[in-house]
Design a protein around this ligand. Structure first.
Ligand code: G16
Length: 529
């Protein structure tokens, strides 16, 4: 490791005085102008991680749903998953090191993680469409090259596409070809295989309106659409030609404001969806005949997907070879909660033969163990008639999911295929169950770390008195619940409340936000009803 070169180059990527950042829910995120040093240093760290794992590591430059002025970076581990927690700590340590301590921190990490410095390193880099992203990804490249790492810069990619590339490269192409072309072909082939089985193939199932949040999703969907257009035609809105990234549009806006994005022309009962800024989340929605807006969020996506998988599994049911937890699918699909962050959900889902995970905000996917994949392939050859058809459909749907990360494009194609196969309208899908009215709010506090939580972020442990205050407020409303937690991507505290009516949910959310403001050091204007 040429530490002299690191010191020399590091000086041209200087850390702003006094700036402390943390590797959060999805990497580092803050105002783009504060991130040059972090990018350089994550280039260095990616090289160490690559040497240690003897694998390709990914670096994605994006701040996803955050405003255009922000940016961020996250590292992608060998199987396309989020960075391991111990390395998140190294990332925070390295990002916050003073210039004179950089060499020591790099040596410490290398020793702790037994990194063989003679090992080759290979890094792949992707970026979103933010105006700051190109320059920042160049700083990542500087970090990679200064430590002697090789790299491939994919340029503009959705976040899940970069996860996919990493996964492909580290499985010697078994998962797919590590090119955008390879990604388009793999997903489109699986989608067309699936949908050719659909008896409902009227126009209603063949077209979809997509709000692309003025982000990378628009570019990539445009590139891809001709691969699957035989089965689905997409009409793109907020495609980045005029509007601002994530501004009054995109999945995060639609989910948190529970209203349609600006710029989308919605007719009643028409199926529409929104991606977020880096296309790793998706939510669906429609206007009913009375002009009322209905959101079909990640929870309903998870329900649609798991019930469809359950039906297919029951069709091809093959006896006792599956571990008992999967056998439970006969009766019920077991449900687990984790802390916010797909990294937590992904790891939980990996514990099962088939794991479907989604956050309510539309971030999620389904994972299949190698044993399940192999068994299904075998059954698709051996079985006959209806059973064979179901096994073939499972085979295709496994290929259609991005098993490295939640992916708006892949999820959209999965959902569209299921709706067409089952002949479900968006209203029928929405009617699978009824959500309680709910409201999400954000509160600004001086230091959001004063709030700590337990029980998958459903109980506040600190500051003292906050959970008691929430409990008292919840008692005032029927069928109510409320949770608070610090955001891992924005400098805010998030409030969630639900109750038997929208008025009650709104009022509970407001009262809880006042409690947070008072007890957790709110700043700025007091929350208004
Ligand atoms: C990231 C994470 C998600 C998380 C979201 C919001 O998504 O990957 O798991 O739900 O941030 O986190 P928080 O509510 O803590 O700010 P994205 O799409 O922004 O990368």
């Amino acid at each position: 490791m040429d530490l002299g070169a690191v010191t020399k180059h590091s000086a041209s990527h200087a850390k702003p005085n006094g700036l402390i950042l943390q590797y959060g829910t999805a990497g580092f995120r803050t105002k783009a102008e504060h991130l040059d040093h972090v990018m350089f240093r994550m280039g260095l760290l990616a090289v160490l991680r690559s040497k240690q794992t003897k694998s390709t590591i990914g670096v994605m430059v994006t701040a996803s749903h955050n405003p255009e002025e922000d940016n961020g970076v996250k590292l992608v581990d060998p199987l396309g998953e989020m960075l391991a927690p111990s390395w998140e700590e190294h990332a925070t340590c390295l990002a916050n090191a003073e210039e004179q301590d950089m060499q020591r921190v790099l040596i410490d990490i290398s020793k702790k993680e037994a990194v063989n410095l003679q090992q080759d390193a290979f890094i792949v880099i992707g970026r979103d469409t933010r105006s700051s992203s190109e320059k920042l990804s160049q700083s990542v490249i500087d970090g990679v090259t200064v430590l002697g790492g090789q790299f491939h810069d994919y340029g503009l990619l959705t976040t899940p596409q970069l996860h996919y590339m990493v996964y492909c490269r580290n499985t010697s192409g078994r998962y797919g070809k590590a090119t955008t072309e390879g990604y388009y072909q793999k997903l489109s082939k699986a989608f067309l295989e699936l949908t050719k089985q659909a008896s409902c193939s009227g126009d209603e199932y063949r077209s979809l309106k997509v709000d692309c949040a003025n982000g990378i999703g628009a570019l990539k969907l445009r590139e891809m659409e001709h691969y699957f257009s035989q089965g689905l035609s997409v009409q793109l809105f907020n495609d980045g030609t005029k509007g601002k990234l994530n501004h009054l549009c995109g999945a995060d806006f639609v989910k948190s404001h529970q209203k349609p994005p600006q710029g989308m022309e919605m007719k009643s009962n028409e199926r529409c969806c929104s991606f977020d800024g880096d296309a790793d989340r998706i939510v669906y929605y429609y206007h009913d005949a009375h002009g009322r807006f209905h959101l079909v969020d990640g929870d309903k996506i998870a329900t649609l997907i798991s019930s469809f998988l359950k039906e297919l599994l029951l069709e091809v049911w093959w006896g006792d070879w599956l571990p008992c937890e999967t056998r439970l699918i006969r009766e019920i699909v077991p449900v687990y909660c984790t802390k916010t962050g797909v990294k937590h959900l992904h790891h939980k889902a990996q514990e099962f033969d088939i794991g479907v995970y989604f956050e309510a905000n539309g971030h999620g996917t389904a994972l299949f163990s190698t044993t399940v994949e192999m068994k299904i392939k075998q059954l698709a050859e051996e079985l006959e008639d209806k059973k064979r058809k179901a096994a073939k459909m499972l085979e295709s749907i496994i290929d259609l999911f991005n098993q490295a990360a939640g992916d708006a494009i892949s999820d959209m194609l999965v959902i569209e295929a299921i709706l067409a196969l089952k002949g479900l309208t968006v209203q029928q899908w929405d009617a699978l169950y009824t959500d309680l009215p709910n409201r999400q709010l954000k509160v600004k506090v001086a230091d959001r770390r004063v709030i700590s939580t337990t029980d998958a972020e459903r109980q506040a442990v600190t500051p003292p008195g906050l959970q008691e205050a929430i409990n008292d407020l919840v008692k005032k409303y029927k069928l109510s619940r409320a949770f608070v937690r610090p955001s891992g991507t924005e400098d805010v505290v998030r409030i969630y409340a639900e109750a038997d009516s929208q008025e009650s949910a709104d009022s509970l959310a407001h009262e809880v936000s006042l409690a947070v403001f008072q007890l957790a050091g709110g700043i700025g204007e007091r929350p208004q009803p």
